[in-house]
Write a protein that binds this ligand. Structure first.
Ligand SMILES: NC(=O)c1ccc[n+]([C@@H]2O[C@H](COP(=O)([O-])OP(=O)(O)OC[C@H]3O[C@@H](n4cnc5c(N)ncnc54)[C@H](OP(=O)(O)O)[C@@H]3O)[C@@H](O)[C@H]2O)c1
Ligand SMILES: *[C@@H]1O[C@H](CO)[C@@H](O)[C@H](O)[C@H]1NC(C)=O
Length: 330
């Protein structure tokens, strides 16, 4: 039993990885088309100081948006802002502190953002960690689940009223959530979301990324039934050469290097589908999609399980201390 729960998630994750690499070997990366200017629109990009988040923040700024980089390292965040500003884009960019591994930090971030009186047209849930040894967030949640998923769950819910007010029927506000192909190998264990019974970092990462897809679909369903001008989509960036892989064991690091050099996407390429989801005119009003390499793709069977979506939502509300407002009488 122990072996199964330790080894199976690892095998699943590497099989998914292999499939993605095969795809990337034979398929070119999605090339970003030219988008109309987005002046006046405001975006938040979590983890926007480096990796794909940085490229996303940079591109959205170049489209004329006002981008708020939300990150947990002030120094790095301000350096990123300066670098983007030096390119003299039309849009604005600034930094606001957000630690997704702390629910009180998420709440403080939202309060501070709301105090600025800005609208919000695009929320990019991009930040994440991968394959971290067993660790807990400030609130005692398993780190992958707590940071990648619960932090973004709370952030999105607290910003939802601003997003609803900022969207228009012909120009919806957009929630773009970065998931991963590893979600295909992910398993949600509602009785043990915190991986307490048996910790495996591969399983924990995959679970957090599956949770983000389930969340996106449930969110879209709620937005649609409420008639709100907001859409929610999930994005799969492919395998991208970023610092995300820093927690691989040294042997895997060694093997990764040449593979990454040959087959991984660059951060700019990896960010292209996220930017597409945030700005493409053809996605106006379109939500509830899983987007990969610039097009709609099927996510895992488990992700479409509406019962699981609803149960996960309810449990997540309880875990972060949110009233489940959109809940229908059942
Ligand atoms: N790279 C890939 O192959 C790949 C594949 C599929 C999905 N993804 C997803 O893509 C997203 C972006 O990752 P990336 O590849 O660009 O990796 P990355 O360069 O490591 O970026 C991750 C970002 O998340 C931030 N972050 C980490 N902990 C945080 C916290 N507690 N609070 C706020 N921000 C925090 C990081 O900031 P600090 O470093 O300053 O903490 C960093 O800016 C992630 O969600 C990842 O799961 C990546
Ligand atoms: C290349 O992309 C096409 C279209 O998305 C897909 O059908 C095909 O399977 C991909 N090739 C590989 C090797 O994955």
């Amino acid at each position: 039993m122990w072996l199964v729960s330790q080894i199976l998630p690892v095998i699943r994750l590497y099989l998914v990885g292999l499939k993605v690499l095969l795809y990337q070997l034979f398929n070119k990366s999605f090339a970003l088309p030219v988008f109309p200017k987005q002046n006046g629109r405001v975006a938040i990009v979590t983890g926007g100081a480096k990796g794909m988040g940085y490229e996303t923040a940079r591109q959205l700024t170049s489209l004329g948006m006002h981008v708020v980089i939300a990150g947990n390292c002030e120094e790095e965040g301000i350096a990123a802002v300066k670098k983007i500003q030096a390119e003299k884009h039309e849009g604005k960019v600034d930094f606001q502190y957000l630690d997704l591994a702390s629910l009180s930090s998420v709440r403080q971030f939202v309060q501070k953002f709301k105090d600025r009186g800005l609208p919000l047209h695009v929320l990019v849930n991009n930040a994440g960690v991968m394959l971290v040894p067993e660790r807990k967030t400030e609130d005692g949640f398993e780190l992958h689940f707590g940071l990648n998923y619960l932090g973004h769950f709370l952030l999105t819910n607290l910003l939802l009223d601003t997003l609803k007010k900022s969207g228009r029927p012909d120009s919806c506000a957009r929630i773009v959530t970065v998931s991963s192909a590893t979600h295909y190998g992910g398993v949600i264990t509602l009785e043990d979301l915190q991986s307490r019974s048996c910790y495996c970092s591969h399983g924990a990462y995959s679970q957090s990324k599956l949770a983000l897809v389930l969340f996106t679909y449930q969110l879209q369903q709620r937005l649609t039934s409420g008639g709100f001008p907001v859409t929610a989509n999930a994005v799969d960036p492919g395998m991208v050469n970023t610092d995300l892989y820093e927690n691989l064991c040294s042997l895997a690091q060694l093997a990764k290097r040449p593979v990454a050099w040959l087959l991984f996407r660059t951060p700019a390429q990896g960010a292209s589908t996220t930017i597409y989801a945030a700005a493409a005119p053809e996605l106006e009003g379109v939500g509830g999609c899983y987007l990969y390499n610039g097009r709609r793709t099927q996510s895992s069977d488990a992700s479409y399980n509406e019962d699981l979506q609803a149960k996960l939502w309810r449990q997540s509300c309880a875990l972060v201390g949110l009233q489940d407002e959109g809940r229908r009488a059942d």
